[in-house]
Design a binder for this molecule. Structure first.
Ligand SMILES: Nc1ncnc2c1ncn2[C@@H]1O[C@H](COP(=O)(O)OP(=O)(O)OP(=O)(O)O)[C@@H](O)[C@H]1O
Ligand SMILES: [Mg+2]
Length: 367
């Protein structure tokens, strides 16, 4: 049976450094949540506190309504799949999966049938007798998963379990994991720094930054209505323009005095405040003639075009300095070649205003 997980005002300090800073999070039972963030954001520390490998300095951890804050891992109804799946090299796949049950003193007959069932779940029964060094990375990953599933935990914690796999295998495992999770109805808490992976797999995503959860929401919600410029830049790609909001309107002015119209602004944005306007590359159009009617346009020179398979990405160098990215479907595109003078333009509905923050590390940022 699945269980829900609850973190209430949880903090973890290393010396005076707050690795996790006042995190509150409710994970409904049977759901798939991803904890997404860059390196050092505190993702693994959150997971380790749910698993019992780390104890919080403040706050409460509950599993199925029970306070487990200070309980050791073996007294919690959870299991963890670590990034380096750490299979025992001298044991074959079946023995690896059976190991935990043997430790728990599960009788031989039951052990045998549960190992079989777990191997079947991850489609590895035919490989039961192989040693880890006779298995591919993806196969080893599945054995690690079976080893966790065989204990029938209510909650499965996964810390970047697909990190070591190549892209194709990773995408295949993403689908399989997601199917397995919904079939078994277990609660999955999945740590990743890969935003595409989080978008593809999750019911909800918690975006972490500097030990805090910056936004919690479903994939579509995070992608379409990010709460901050940071989340906007972390999930998917963005072009940013820095400037000042014009009074209480949805308009902004850049340093060069260019005006832009937005469709939405985050709440609590002061009048005349310093802002970042953001538009995603797939919402930027490119025209050779000046689009007089367009509410938002920038003059640019095509610096490069990058083939992405089903689309083309144009890197546009602005006359005002800075870069802008446009991603366009290949079909039906006018011929646009590097060196050409063009106009980038986009609709206000795709332009969102955020309180200013320094995101000059973002790929396309117009100061
Ligand atoms: N045992 C420890 N002692 C001191 N600092 C620690 C310890 N464990 C983690 N930290 C620090 O806490 C912060 C959060 O670490 P954590 O492992 O949770 O990050 P993460 O988001 O999982 O990053 P990554 O994507 O690199 O795995 C980091 O700055 C890390 O250096
Ligand atoms: Mg980590």
């Amino acid at each position: 049976m699945a269980a829900d997980v609850e973190l209430e005002r949880v903090s973890k300090l290393y010396g005076s450094f707050k690795a996790v800073d006042d995190v509150t999070l409710r994970i409904p039972k049977g759901s798939f949540i991803s904890i997404l963030g860059s390196s050092g954001a505190g993702k693994s520390t959150v997971l380790r506190m749910i698993g019992g490998f780390e104890y919080p300095d403040y706050g409460t951890v509950r599993i199925a309504g029970q306070d487990v804050t200070m309980l050791p891992p073996y007294r919690r109804d959870v299991n963890t799949v670590f990034q380096n799946y750490a299979l025992f090299p001298h044991m074959n796949a079946a023995e690896n999966v059976a190991y935990g049950l043997r430790q728990d003193g599960v009788a031989a007959e039951e052990r045998k049938s549960r190992v079989r069932e777990a191997l079947q779940m991850v489609e590895m029964l035919p490989y039961a007798m192989r040693k880890p060094n006779e298995l591919s990375g993806g196969q080893q990953q599945r054995i690690a998963l079976a080893r966790a599933l065989v204990k029938r935990p209510a909650v499965l914690l996964l810390d970047e379990p697909l990190g070591a796999l190549d892209r194709k295998l990773r995408q295949q495992m993403q689908v399989e994991l997601k199917l397995l999770q919904s079939r078994l109805g277990l609660t999955f808490v999945f740590v990743t720094h890969d935003q595409e992976e989080a978008l593809a797999m999750s019911d909800s995503i918690a975006v972490m930054r500097d030990g805090k959860i910056e936004q919690l929401g479903g994939p579509t919600e995070l992608y379409d209505t990010p709460a901050t410029a940071f989340v906007a830049s972390f999930i998917g790609a963005q072009n940013f323009i820095a400037g000042d909001r014009v009074d209480d309107t949805l308009h902004m002015k850049s340093a060069e005095g260019l005006s832009f119209a937005a469709g939405q602004a985050t709440p609590h944005l002061g009048r005349g405040a310093r802002v970042l306007g953001a538009v995603r590359p797939e919402n930027v159009l490119v025209a050779v003639e000046e689009p007089q009617a367009a509410a938002n346009r920038l003059k640019a020179t095509v610096a490069a075009s990058v083939m992405l398979g089903d689309s083309l990405e144009y890197v546009l160098r602005l006359d005002s300095g800075g870069e802008f990215i446009a991603r366009l479907p290949r079909r039906g595109m006018p011929a646009i070649a590097p060196g050409m003078k063009v106009f980038a333009h986009w609709e206000p509905q795709f332009f969102q205003l955020f309180p200013y923050e320094d995101l000059r590390d973002a790929r396309s940022f117009v100061a």
